[in-house]
Design a protein around this ligand. Structure first.
Ligand SMILES: N[C@@H](CCC(=O)N[C@@H](CS)C(=O)NCC(=O)O)C(=O)O
Length: 204
């Protein structure tokens, strides 16, 4: 199995983290998006959206971090990370949508501006980030995990850009329940870190 990857991509990190947590080996193939390597015909045959991450598993190719999380969880870890009850699945999908929308347009866009100089509206991104962090904070004041009693792919989808808030120059101090949740994820067996994450001592 190959993961088309970039170390500094939070979307790619979702997949690297999950595969490490479930101890599934993968071959990492670096894609330099600044050089446009995601636009080659070979790559768009795997992901027509011309974005990383993308996965190649035998004959099966797939793009999108959320689709890949669902695929890998179904295949390797359904009972633990993607339980089958309709209510649980639907709640997980709710958070995958938050990840693909509010987290992407908020925390991830703000990080793109501050870390890579992207020409995006930083003010708007920070407002979206504040709204989604407040939503997350309220949820986590009464729950240890986003869905159910243990970690699921919902946590892994939402977590990366939250833990990378420092790169986006966004302070997590007003969100103590979010910081406690980050600590719980850091403490998972076989956790894998990525550069730029909030330091463990800042989470308590
Ligand atoms: N919704 C997609 C977003 C993927 C995405 O934005 N990938 C970025 C890197 S983090 C990318 O490939 N950017 C290069 C481009 O769009 O040309 C996902 O969750 O995988």
């Amino acid at each position: 199995m190959k993961l088309y990857d970039l170390e500094l991509s939070g979307n790619c990190y979702k997949i690297r983290l999950f595969l490490n947590l479930i101890q599934q080996p993968v071959e990492l193939v670096q894609v330099n998006v600044l050089k446009g390597e995601q636009k080659t015909p070979e790559f768009t045959a795997i992901n027509p959206r011309a974005q990383i991450p993308a996965l190649q598993d035998g004959d099966f190719g797939l793009g999108d971090s959320h689709a890949i999380l669902v695929y890998l969880a179904e295949k390797f870890a359904r009972d633990d990370w993607y339980p089958t009850e309709p209510e649980t699945r639907a709640r997980i999908q709710f958070w995958l949508s938050i990840s693909a929308n509010e987290m992407a347009r908020g925390l991830a866009d703000a990080r793109l501006v501050k870390l890579f100089g992207a020409g995006l509206d930083y003010e708007r991104a920070t407002q979206t980030a504040a709204t989604s962090l407040t939503l997350l904070e309220h949820h986590l004041q009464n729950h240890n995990w986003l869905v159910g009693d243990g970690p699921t792919i919902a946590d892994l989808a939402v977590f990366p850009y939250v833990a990378l808030a420092g790169d986006a120059h966004i302070d997590l101090n007003p969100y103590p329940a979010v910081r406690a949740w980050i600590t719980r994820i850091y403490d998972l067996p076989n956790f894998l870190s990525m550069p730029g994450q909030i330091a463990a001592e800042q989470t308590v």
